[in-house]
Design a protein around this ligand. Sequence first.
Ligand code: NAD
Length: 297
Amino acid sequence: ATTIIDGEAVAADVRADVTAHVEELEAAGVTPGLATVLMSDDPASETYVSMKQRDCEEVGIESVHVEIDADAPAAELYETIDELNERDDVHGILVQLPVPDHVDKRSVLRRIAPEKDVDGFHPENVGRLVAGDARFKPCTPHGVQKLLAAYGVETEGADAVVVGRSDIVGKPMANLLIQKDPVGNATTTVCHSRTEDLEARVGGADIVIAAAGIPEFIDGSMLKPGAAVIDVGINRVDAETEKGYELVGDVEYESAKEVAGAITPVPGGVGPMTRAMLLYNTVKAAGLRHDVDVELE
Ligand code: NAD
């Protein structure tokens, strides 16, 4: 039978571990703090930020929230980051992406102190990850790694295909999978919008990580029987629901479930893990800042 990979359950384990380390930090006189910065009117971004604040509350992380008018000059965002970089009670800073078009995303990511860059997008942290000396692993690929580990999916020597090459998912995911690491050592192929024979690539894979943002475009007929399928995609499609839409992954779950050895559902797979790993990184940042050895699992 196909294993359904339960992201909610694994995320709950991560949160329990994080909570224990928050208590350890508290005992040492440190309250971990995360600052979220929102410069957008996009309702999805607003939802993401408020979920992150709620998550913090649940595990005892103090959260600070700054909202900046989407029309405000970019300088306002830079100044906010500078202030948060200086604050002793803020250990992690997360600028919700995307930022408005008149704001240069690269400059924003470079402005965040690398020690507080809990998304792991600062070039220093990207470089460290690639060099095999990660400080903060980006939340989504790190969460995928945790899922693979939790379900004993063998990555060593496995053929892994990552579909998508974005800076936040595809690239760091592939980088993690090729590391000399218990949840690495995979022979990894990265597919993207210019890949010519996606079917053949996906069809040969023991592990498929789907992160293209295309609703249900990988179906069961494309998969190698027994493959582990991790669906990162979160796509809104029109549906006759109260909200007028529903969320689906990049994988057509019903047909894929019949062929895969293990599969993540959407929602309830990677999404909760991404959120949990942000808490993990924030606690790690606080530990590093105050020299408290937090040995997160
Ligand atoms: P993105 O749009 O930045 O990147 C998409 C990638 O897919 C690109 O690299 C592109 O080359 C590739 N691609 C496009 N068409 C393709 C095709 N036909 N064949 C193969 N590759 C193709 O997206 P992203 O930010 O990496 O996010 C990807 C998806 O994951 C989205 O649905 C997003 O909502 C979701 N997401 C989920 C989480 C989570 O926590 N579960 C986190 C981040 C992103």
